[in-house]
Design a protein around this ligand. Structure first.
Ligand SMILES: C[S@@+](CC[C@H](N)C(=O)[O-])C[C@H]1O[C@@H](n2cnc3c(N)ncnc32)[C@H](O)[C@@H]1O
Length: 331
Protein backbone atom coordinates (compact mmCIF):
# COMPACT_ATOMS: atom_id res chain seq x y z
CA UNK A 1 0.00 0.00 0.00
CA UNK A 2 2.86 2.41 0.91
CA UNK A 3 4.53 1.71 -2.42
CA UNK A 4 1.32 2.61 -4.23
CA UNK A 5 1.04 5.80 -2.23
CA UNK A 6 4.65 6.68 -3.14
CA UNK A 7 3.76 6.17 -6.81
CA UNK A 8 0.74 8.43 -6.35
CA UNK A 9 2.99 11.02 -4.77
CA UNK A 10 5.27 10.99 -7.84
CA UNK A 11 2.25 11.55 -10.06
CA UNK A 12 1.04 14.43 -7.88
CA UNK A 13 4.38 16.27 -8.09
CA UNK A 14 4.97 15.47 -11.75
CA UNK A 15 5.00 19.10 -12.84
CA UNK A 16 7.71 19.96 -10.28
CA UNK A 17 10.10 17.73 -12.21
CA UNK A 18 8.93 18.95 -15.58
CA UNK A 19 9.49 22.57 -14.60
CA UNK A 20 12.89 21.84 -13.01
CA UNK A 21 13.98 20.16 -16.24
CA UNK A 22 12.81 23.24 -18.13
CA UNK A 23 14.90 25.56 -15.91
CA UNK A 24 18.02 23.43 -16.45
CA UNK A 25 17.44 23.31 -20.21
CA UNK A 26 16.81 27.04 -20.39
CA UNK A 27 20.11 27.73 -18.60
CA UNK A 28 21.89 25.42 -21.09
CA UNK A 29 23.37 23.49 -18.18
CA UNK A 30 23.93 20.21 -20.01
CA UNK A 31 25.56 21.96 -22.99
CA UNK A 32 27.84 23.80 -20.59
CA UNK A 33 28.90 20.54 -18.93
CA UNK A 34 29.88 18.80 -22.13
CA UNK A 35 33.61 19.21 -21.46
CA UNK A 36 33.36 18.03 -17.83
CA UNK A 37 32.18 19.05 -14.34
CA UNK A 38 31.91 22.79 -13.57
CA UNK A 39 30.99 24.96 -10.59
CA UNK A 40 27.36 26.06 -10.51
CA UNK A 41 28.53 29.68 -10.10
CA UNK A 42 30.15 29.51 -13.54
CA UNK A 43 27.12 27.79 -15.09
CA UNK A 44 24.81 30.43 -13.66
CA UNK A 45 26.95 33.36 -14.67
CA UNK A 46 27.29 32.08 -18.28
CA UNK A 47 23.50 31.67 -18.44
CA UNK A 48 22.78 34.96 -16.68
CA UNK A 49 20.68 33.32 -13.95
CA UNK A 50 20.74 33.27 -10.15
CA UNK A 51 23.45 30.93 -8.91
CA UNK A 52 21.84 29.82 -5.64
CA UNK A 53 18.52 29.00 -7.22
CA UNK A 54 20.11 27.22 -10.18
CA UNK A 55 22.03 25.12 -7.65
CA UNK A 56 18.76 24.20 -5.91
CA UNK A 57 17.21 23.12 -9.20
CA UNK A 58 20.25 21.01 -10.12
CA UNK A 59 20.45 19.48 -6.65
CA UNK A 60 16.81 18.39 -6.95
CA UNK A 61 17.43 16.95 -10.41
CA UNK A 62 20.60 15.22 -9.18
CA UNK A 63 18.45 13.51 -6.54
CA UNK A 64 16.71 11.64 -9.35
CA UNK A 65 19.83 10.91 -11.39
CA UNK A 66 19.68 13.90 -13.73
CA UNK A 67 23.07 15.63 -13.13
CA UNK A 68 25.43 14.72 -10.31
CA UNK A 69 27.04 16.90 -7.68
CA UNK A 70 30.59 15.52 -7.76
CA UNK A 71 31.94 17.93 -5.10
CA UNK A 72 30.09 20.63 -3.18
CA UNK A 73 28.80 23.14 -5.73
CA UNK A 74 30.29 21.27 -8.73
CA UNK A 75 27.90 19.65 -11.20
CA UNK A 76 28.50 16.98 -13.82
CA UNK A 77 26.48 15.28 -16.52
CA UNK A 78 24.94 11.86 -15.98
CA UNK A 79 23.68 9.53 -18.71
CA UNK A 80 20.18 10.94 -18.28
CA UNK A 81 21.37 14.56 -18.26
CA UNK A 82 23.18 13.98 -21.58
CA UNK A 83 19.77 14.06 -23.28
CA UNK A 84 19.47 17.73 -22.34
CA UNK A 85 22.44 18.59 -24.55
CA UNK A 86 21.22 20.37 -27.68
CA UNK A 87 23.70 18.52 -29.91
CA UNK A 88 22.97 15.01 -28.56
CA UNK A 89 21.76 12.77 -31.42
CA UNK A 90 18.72 11.87 -29.32
CA UNK A 91 18.37 15.24 -27.62
CA UNK A 92 15.26 16.09 -25.59
CA UNK A 93 16.35 19.63 -24.83
CA UNK A 94 13.80 21.43 -26.98
CA UNK A 95 11.09 19.00 -25.97
CA UNK A 96 11.83 19.82 -22.31
CA UNK A 97 11.75 23.53 -23.19
CA UNK A 98 8.42 23.19 -24.95
CA UNK A 99 6.72 20.94 -22.37
CA UNK A 100 7.93 23.00 -19.42
CA UNK A 101 7.43 26.33 -21.21
CA UNK A 102 4.57 27.24 -23.56
CA UNK A 103 2.77 23.94 -23.11
CA UNK A 104 3.09 24.17 -19.34
CA UNK A 105 1.34 27.55 -19.46
CA UNK A 106 -1.52 26.03 -21.41
CA UNK A 107 -1.77 22.99 -19.11
CA UNK A 108 -2.37 25.37 -16.19
CA UNK A 109 -5.82 25.82 -17.70
CA UNK A 110 -6.50 22.14 -18.43
CA UNK A 111 -9.25 22.15 -15.84
CA UNK A 112 -10.97 24.93 -17.79
CA UNK A 113 -11.25 22.46 -20.67
CA UNK A 114 -12.71 19.83 -18.35
CA UNK A 115 -15.12 22.30 -16.75
CA UNK A 116 -16.35 23.93 -19.94
CA UNK A 117 -15.57 21.62 -22.88
CA UNK A 118 -13.61 24.46 -24.45
CA UNK A 119 -9.88 24.56 -25.10
CA UNK A 120 -7.41 25.65 -22.44
CA UNK A 121 -5.29 27.43 -25.04
CA UNK A 122 -8.09 29.85 -25.94
CA UNK A 123 -8.41 30.84 -22.30
CA UNK A 124 -4.67 31.22 -21.79
CA UNK A 125 -3.66 32.90 -25.06
CA UNK A 126 -6.98 33.92 -26.61
CA UNK A 127 -5.92 32.24 -29.86
CA UNK A 128 -4.85 28.82 -31.11
CA UNK A 129 -1.48 27.39 -30.10
CA UNK A 130 0.16 27.80 -33.51
CA UNK A 131 -0.89 31.44 -33.88
CA UNK A 132 0.56 32.07 -30.43
CA UNK A 133 3.96 30.48 -31.00
CA UNK A 134 4.03 31.69 -34.61
CA UNK A 135 4.31 35.30 -33.51
CA UNK A 136 7.71 34.62 -31.92
CA UNK A 137 10.47 33.20 -34.12
CA UNK A 138 12.35 31.75 -31.14
CA UNK A 139 9.24 29.90 -29.85
CA UNK A 140 8.49 28.68 -33.31
CA UNK A 141 11.99 27.23 -33.71
CA UNK A 142 11.90 25.59 -30.27
CA UNK A 143 8.58 23.96 -31.22
CA UNK A 144 9.97 22.79 -34.52
CA UNK A 145 13.04 21.22 -32.97
CA UNK A 146 10.92 19.68 -30.22
CA UNK A 147 8.78 18.03 -32.92
CA UNK A 148 11.87 16.58 -34.55
CA UNK A 149 13.19 15.37 -31.20
CA UNK A 150 10.03 13.49 -30.29
CA UNK A 151 8.73 12.49 -33.70
CA UNK A 152 11.94 12.21 -35.74
CA UNK A 153 12.35 8.49 -35.01
CA UNK A 154 8.86 7.81 -36.34
CA UNK A 155 9.86 8.25 -39.99
CA UNK A 156 11.78 4.95 -39.88
CA UNK A 157 8.57 3.28 -38.63
CA UNK A 158 6.58 4.87 -41.46
CA UNK A 159 9.10 3.58 -43.98
CA UNK A 160 9.03 0.10 -42.45
CA UNK A 161 5.23 -0.18 -42.29
CA UNK A 162 4.06 1.69 -45.38
CA UNK A 163 5.13 1.10 -48.97
CA UNK A 164 5.93 4.50 -50.49
CA UNK A 165 7.40 2.92 -53.64
CA UNK A 166 3.96 2.85 -55.33
CA UNK A 167 3.76 6.66 -55.25
CA UNK A 168 5.46 9.32 -57.35
CA UNK A 169 4.82 12.59 -55.50
CA UNK A 170 4.54 13.11 -51.79
CA UNK A 171 3.04 16.22 -50.22
CA UNK A 172 3.76 16.64 -46.52
CA UNK A 173 1.03 18.87 -45.10
CA UNK A 174 2.04 20.54 -41.84
CA UNK A 175 5.44 19.00 -42.50
CA UNK A 176 7.31 21.27 -40.09
CA UNK A 177 11.04 21.51 -40.69
CA UNK A 178 10.93 19.08 -43.62
CA UNK A 179 13.00 16.36 -41.97
CA UNK A 180 10.25 13.74 -42.46
CA UNK A 181 9.90 14.52 -46.14
CA UNK A 182 13.67 14.56 -46.67
CA UNK A 183 14.09 11.18 -44.97
CA UNK A 184 11.37 9.57 -47.09
CA UNK A 185 12.79 11.05 -50.31
CA UNK A 186 16.24 9.82 -49.32
CA UNK A 187 14.86 6.29 -48.93
CA UNK A 188 12.92 6.45 -52.24
CA UNK A 189 15.05 7.98 -55.02
CA UNK A 190 12.15 8.08 -57.52
CA UNK A 191 9.89 10.27 -55.33
CA UNK A 192 9.53 14.01 -55.56
CA UNK A 193 8.03 15.99 -52.71
CA UNK A 194 6.45 19.19 -51.52
CA UNK A 195 6.54 20.66 -48.05
CA UNK A 196 3.47 22.62 -46.99
CA UNK A 197 3.34 24.56 -43.73
CA UNK A 198 2.89 28.07 -42.35
CA UNK A 199 5.12 30.66 -44.07
CA UNK A 200 7.60 31.16 -41.20
CA UNK A 201 7.94 27.38 -40.73
CA UNK A 202 8.57 26.80 -44.45
CA UNK A 203 11.14 29.61 -44.51
CA UNK A 204 12.98 27.94 -41.64
CA UNK A 205 12.77 24.52 -43.35
CA UNK A 206 14.19 25.97 -46.56
CA UNK A 207 17.26 27.08 -44.62
CA UNK A 208 17.62 23.81 -42.73
CA UNK A 209 17.41 21.76 -45.93
CA UNK A 210 19.80 24.00 -47.89
CA UNK A 211 22.50 21.30 -47.92
CA UNK A 212 20.19 18.30 -48.15
CA UNK A 213 21.01 15.82 -50.94
CA UNK A 214 17.28 15.73 -51.82
CA UNK A 215 16.81 19.52 -52.01
CA UNK A 216 16.34 19.50 -55.79
CA UNK A 217 13.35 17.14 -55.39
CA UNK A 218 11.52 19.36 -52.89
CA UNK A 219 9.07 22.18 -53.56
CA UNK A 220 8.37 24.58 -50.71
CA UNK A 221 4.73 25.64 -50.34
CA UNK A 222 3.92 28.18 -47.64
CA UNK A 223 0.25 28.55 -46.76
CA UNK A 224 -2.62 27.91 -44.41
CA UNK A 225 -4.38 24.55 -44.57
CA UNK A 226 -7.62 26.14 -43.41
CA UNK A 227 -7.61 28.16 -46.63
CA UNK A 228 -6.17 25.83 -49.24
CA UNK A 229 -3.70 23.01 -49.79
CA UNK A 230 -2.14 23.72 -53.19
CA UNK A 231 -0.71 21.38 -55.81
CA UNK A 232 -1.41 17.75 -56.63
CA UNK A 233 0.19 14.62 -55.20
CA UNK A 234 -0.64 10.93 -55.15
CA UNK A 235 0.48 10.65 -51.54
CA UNK A 236 -0.42 13.21 -48.91
CA UNK A 237 0.99 12.91 -45.40
CA UNK A 238 -0.62 14.51 -42.36
CA UNK A 239 1.62 13.51 -39.45
CA UNK A 240 0.56 14.78 -36.05
CA UNK A 241 -1.55 17.45 -37.65
CA UNK A 242 -5.15 16.34 -37.11
CA UNK A 243 -4.60 15.65 -33.41
CA UNK A 244 -3.97 19.39 -32.92
CA UNK A 245 -7.51 20.29 -34.00
CA UNK A 246 -11.13 19.57 -33.13
CA UNK A 247 -13.43 17.61 -35.46
CA UNK A 248 -14.75 20.64 -37.30
CA UNK A 249 -11.28 22.06 -37.97
CA UNK A 250 -9.90 18.62 -38.86
CA UNK A 251 -12.72 18.14 -41.37
CA UNK A 252 -11.76 21.40 -43.08
CA UNK A 253 -8.08 20.33 -43.22
CA UNK A 254 -9.07 16.94 -44.66
CA UNK A 255 -11.41 18.50 -47.22
CA UNK A 256 -8.70 20.92 -48.37
CA UNK A 257 -6.03 18.20 -48.44
CA UNK A 258 -8.33 15.87 -50.43
CA UNK A 259 -8.59 18.47 -53.17
CA UNK A 260 -4.83 18.14 -53.68
CA UNK A 261 -5.00 14.32 -53.77
CA UNK A 262 -4.58 12.78 -57.22
CA UNK A 263 -7.14 10.19 -58.31
CA UNK A 264 -6.16 6.77 -56.96
CA UNK A 265 -3.79 8.34 -54.44
CA UNK A 266 -3.53 7.83 -50.69
CA UNK A 267 -3.88 10.27 -47.87
CA UNK A 268 -1.90 9.12 -44.84
CA UNK A 269 -2.88 10.25 -41.37
CA UNK A 270 0.03 9.43 -39.13
CA UNK A 271 -1.08 9.31 -35.50
CA UNK A 272 -1.43 6.59 -32.86
CA UNK A 273 -4.93 5.17 -32.86
CA UNK A 274 -6.21 5.07 -29.26
CA UNK A 275 -6.46 1.43 -28.19
CA UNK A 276 -9.63 0.38 -26.36
CA UNK A 277 -9.94 -0.36 -22.64
CA UNK A 278 -7.39 0.21 -19.92
CA UNK A 279 -4.41 -0.87 -22.01
CA UNK A 280 -1.44 1.37 -21.17
CA UNK A 281 -0.64 3.65 -24.10
CA UNK A 282 1.22 6.95 -24.25
CA UNK A 283 -1.40 8.24 -26.69
CA UNK A 284 -3.95 8.39 -23.86
CA UNK A 285 -1.72 10.86 -22.04
CA UNK A 286 -0.85 12.71 -25.23
CA UNK A 287 -4.59 13.12 -25.72
CA UNK A 288 -4.67 15.37 -22.64
CA UNK A 289 -2.02 17.56 -24.20
CA UNK A 290 -4.22 17.80 -27.27
CA UNK A 291 -7.22 18.59 -25.06
CA UNK A 292 -5.21 21.49 -23.65
CA UNK A 293 -4.46 22.90 -27.09
CA UNK A 294 -7.95 22.24 -28.44
CA UNK A 295 -7.40 19.01 -30.37
CA UNK A 296 -7.78 15.30 -29.63
CA UNK A 297 -6.34 11.85 -30.23
CA UNK A 298 -8.89 9.49 -31.77
CA UNK A 299 -10.08 5.89 -31.75
CA UNK A 300 -10.49 3.91 -34.97
CA UNK A 301 -14.23 4.68 -34.97
CA UNK A 302 -13.55 8.39 -34.53
CA UNK A 303 -11.15 8.37 -37.51
CA UNK A 304 -13.73 6.55 -39.63
CA UNK A 305 -16.40 9.09 -38.72
CA UNK A 306 -14.08 12.05 -39.27
CA UNK A 307 -13.02 10.78 -42.69
CA UNK A 308 -16.63 10.18 -43.71
CA UNK A 309 -17.46 13.76 -42.75
CA UNK A 310 -14.74 14.89 -45.14
CA UNK A 311 -16.07 12.57 -47.87
CA UNK A 312 -13.07 10.23 -47.95
CA UNK A 313 -12.92 6.72 -46.60
CA UNK A 314 -10.60 4.79 -44.39
CA UNK A 315 -8.87 2.21 -46.59
CA UNK A 316 -6.47 0.51 -44.18
CA UNK A 317 -4.73 1.03 -40.87
CA UNK A 318 -1.05 0.08 -41.04
CA UNK A 319 -0.31 -0.61 -37.40
CA UNK A 320 3.18 -0.25 -35.98
CA UNK A 321 4.52 -1.38 -32.60
CA UNK A 322 5.71 2.20 -31.98
CA UNK A 323 4.10 5.54 -31.19
CA UNK A 324 2.33 5.90 -34.56
CA UNK A 325 0.04 4.03 -36.92
CA UNK A 326 -0.43 4.93 -40.58
CA UNK A 327 -4.11 5.44 -41.35
CA UNK A 328 -4.50 5.22 -45.11
CA UNK A 329 -7.51 6.97 -46.60
CA UNK A 330 -8.67 7.16 -50.22
CA UNK A 331 -11.13 9.26 -52.17
C1 LIG B 1 2.46 18.92 -34.37
S1 LIG B 1 3.30 19.68 -35.69
C2 LIG B 1 3.74 18.28 -36.68
C3 LIG B 1 4.93 18.52 -37.53
C4 LIG B 1 5.38 17.34 -38.40
N1 LIG B 1 4.34 16.90 -39.31
C5 LIG B 1 5.86 16.19 -37.56
O1 LIG B 1 5.31 15.11 -37.60
O2 LIG B 1 6.85 16.39 -36.82
C6 LIG B 1 1.97 20.43 -36.58
C7 LIG B 1 2.41 21.24 -37.78
O3 LIG B 1 1.26 21.88 -38.35
C8 LIG B 1 1.65 23.17 -38.79
N2 LIG B 1 0.48 24.06 -38.88
C9 LIG B 1 -0.26 24.57 -37.87
N3 LIG B 1 -1.24 25.34 -38.33
C10 LIG B 1 -1.12 25.34 -39.69
C11 LIG B 1 -1.86 25.95 -40.74
N4 LIG B 1 -2.91 26.71 -40.47
N5 LIG B 1 -1.49 25.70 -42.02
C12 LIG B 1 -0.40 24.93 -42.29
N6 LIG B 1 0.34 24.31 -41.34
C13 LIG B 1 -0.01 24.51 -40.04
C14 LIG B 1 2.62 23.62 -37.71
O4 LIG B 1 3.41 24.71 -38.12
C15 LIG B 1 3.40 22.35 -37.45
O5 LIG B 1 4.54 22.24 -38.27
Amino acid sequence: MDELRAEMFQVAVGYWLSKALFCAARANVADQLEEGPRPVDELASAAGVDSENLYRVLRALASIGIFEETEPGIMALTKKAEYLRGDHPHSMKHFALMVGGDLFDVWCDLDHAVQTGRSAVEKRFGRDFFSEIGKDLQKSMVFDRAMQEIHGGETALMLAHYDFSKHSKLLDVGGGNGSTLAEILLAHGHLSGALFDLPQVVANARQLLADSPVLDRIEFEPGDFFEEVPGEADCIVLRHVLHDWNDEQSTTILENASKALAKGGSLLIVEKVIPPGNEPSFVKLLDLNMMAIGGKERTELQYRTLLERAAIHLHQIHETPGPIDVIEARL
